[in-house]
Design a binder for this molecule. Sequence first.
Ligand code: HEC
Ligand code: HEC
Length: 154
Amino acid sequence: MKTTGIVLSLAFIMGCSSSGHEEASAPPVRATAVEAAAGIPDSEIGLAPGTAFEQPPQAPIKFNTVDPGDSEVRVRPNAEFPPVIPHSIQNMGPITQHENPCLDCHNADVAEDVGAVAVPASHRMDLRNSPGVVGDAVTGARLVCTSCHVEVTD
Ligand code: HEC
Ligand code: HEC
C-alpha cells in the first residue's frame, strides 16, 4: 500500500513537471502553427477533393505530332497574346545563343518561302536600348521563343 502511494505521487509529480517543461520551452510560433493545423482539417484546404497529400492519377500528356506546315494557326484571344504554336516542336533541337531552330522558318527573310508566319517587328526591336528602332535580327529578349509561345497539346 505504502509503495503504491509513493509510486502514484511520483507519477503525479513527474506528469506535472513534464507538461510544465513543454509549455515553457515551446516557441510561440510553433504553438500557433499547431493550433492552426488543428483548426483547419487538411481535407478542407483548397477546392480539390480529398487532402492536399492525395495525388490523383493523371493521364500522360500527348504531345503534338503535327508537322509544321500541316497545322493551322489558332484564333487568338487578343492581339497582345503570344499565339500558341500549332505544330509539333518535339524534334527540334534546343534553342541556344547561336542556334534557334524556330528562326529557320520564322525569320522574316525565309518565312514566306516556307509558308510560316514571320516574326513580327516587335521581336526585332530592342525596347531597352533602342526603342522604336526595328532591326533585322530578333533581339536577345525574344530569343527563347518558348518562354512565351507554348505548344498546343491535347
Ligand atoms: C519547318 C518550319 C518551322 C519550324 C522549324 C518552326 N515553325 Fe512555327 N510555324 C511554321 C508554319 C508553316 C506555321 C503555320 C502553321 C502551319 O502551316 O503548320 C507555323 C506557325 C507557328 C506559330 C503560330 C503563328 C500564329 O500567327 O498563330 C507560332 C507561334 C510558331 N509557329 C512558333 C514556332 C516556334 C516557337 C518554333 C520553334 C520551337 C517554331 N515555330 C518552329 C513553320 C515552322
Ligand atoms: C517575350 C515574349 C515573346 C518571345 C520571347 C517571343 N514572342 Fe513571338 N510573340 C509574342 C507576342 C506577345 C506576340 C503577339 C504580339 C506581337 O505581334 O508582338 C507574338 C507574336 C508572334 C508571331 C505572330 C506574328 C504575326 O504577324 O501574327 C510569331 C510567328 C512569333 N511571335 C514567333 C516567335 C518566335 C519564332 C520567337 C523566338 C525567336 C518568339 N516569337 C519569341 C511574344 C513573344
